[in-house]
Design a protein around this ligand. Structure first.
Ligand code: ASP
Length: 339
């Protein structure tokens, strides 16, 4: 950039900063290509995986618009699909494992790098709230299985049957062939034409510019009992670094765990990549590790950086994500690797 252009850019930014009563930091200076895009750093924003993220975002937005904390927003937000019996990939109504047991995975992370997680949790609708309690009330990060249930019950959570009639019926149908083959969640592969997995991953920035994230799922339908995916694993299904950004994932968890996907996305943003480019590089890492396996599965990443810029990228066509801020409420199709 010529000195003159640099000067014009800096003067412009300084005037904006002065008008806003703020000091100008190097990190606030956007790349030239970004100058056309208004900086949204001070505007709260929430983004989440899939089209059902739209409803979850509405819950989160209620907190954010009142100036609340991103951590509260993401917890409240993902509780909406967790409680929805029609959402068969998250919480109550989620598809069971091959033994007919609904087991939930969830994690949460805040702006101070505090985090909590539960895996293979049964009988509790709001796995995300149990994960938050692990973060806030224990010296641990992750509690699993019976221990997680015991911890939840000891803290006043209600024991419930999470297997709805619909999910039970579909599972019994599946049992006739018992074929476990996780496939791209862009096609109809279950009896009745349903998808066999999905997850709500949500990241948000509040009015202070602080970031938090939450991720919750019933995991892959008809998985082996005790199987844990990426969603409750800090660094795989979710990662937040309040200096840089936040990322979350959905899709075949084994592929995400192998590359510690969400942490990788955040580290790539630290190196200067945009959220979309960071997600793309992480997807390419999956492909480069095992191109044959990558062709047959879906993985989608979603990321938000400290300037409020968001982006996503997936292995296959069909990954959508939902965004809500002061100006927008929209669901976008992400770009993808395999056409
Ligand atoms: N990532 C989840 C899992 O592997 C499933 C999904 O998001 O589709 O359990």
């Amino acid at each position: 950039m010529s000195d003159r252009r640099k000067f014009v850019k800096l003067s412009l930014l300084s005037s904006i900063a002065m008008l806003a009563g703020k000091r100008l930091f190097a990190a606030d200076i956007p790349a030239v290509a970004e100058l056309a895009v208004p900086a949204v750093k001070d505007s709260p924003v929430v983004i989440s995986t899939w089209d059902f993220g739209k409803e979850a975002n509405t819950g989160a937005w209620e907190i954010l618009r009142k100036g609340g904390r991103a951590l509260d927003a993401v917890e409240i937000g993902v509780k909406i699909p967790e409680a929805d019996p029609h959402n068969q990939s998250v919480g109550y109504g989620g598809r069971p494992d091959r033994d007919g047991r609904v087991t939930l995975d969830a994690c949460i992370m805040d702006e101070h790098s505090r985090c909590g997680s539960v895996a293979a949790l049964e009988h509790i609708v709001h796995a995300i709230s149990v994960a938050r309690l692990v973060m806030e009330k224990t010296p641990h990060v992750m509690i699993v299985g019976d221990g997680a249930l015991q911890f939840a019950l000891a803290n006043g959570f209600k024991k419930e049957n999470l297997l709805t009639e619909k999910s039970e019926k579909e599972w019994k149908e599946w049992l006739k062939e018992s074929k476990y083959a996780p496939q791209k969640n862009i096609e109809n592969i279950l009896p009745g034409g349903a998808k066999n997995h999905d997850t709500i991953g949500m990241v948000a920035m509040d009015k202070n510019g602080d970031l938090s994230g939450a991720c919750t799922t019933s995991g892959m339908a008809y998985k082996m009992h005790g199987r844990v995916g990426d969603s409750p694993i800090i660094g795989a299904g979710l990662y937040v670094d309040n200096e840089i950004g936040a990322a979350t994932s959905t899709g075949v968890g084994e592929e995400v765990i192998r590359i510690v996907g969400s942490h990788l996305v955040v580290e790539l943003m630290r190196q200067g990549l945009s959220p979309e480019d960071a997600c793309k590089k992480a997807v390419e890492r999956i492909v480069s590790r095992n191109p044959q396996a990558a062709k047959d599965v879906q993985v989608g990443f979603l990321a938000l950086n400290k300037k409020g810029v968001y982006g996503a990228y997936a292995l296959q066509k069909g990954f959508s994500y939902s965004v809500k801020n002061g100006n927008t409420e929209e669901t976008f199709e992400s770009k993808y690797f395999y056409s």
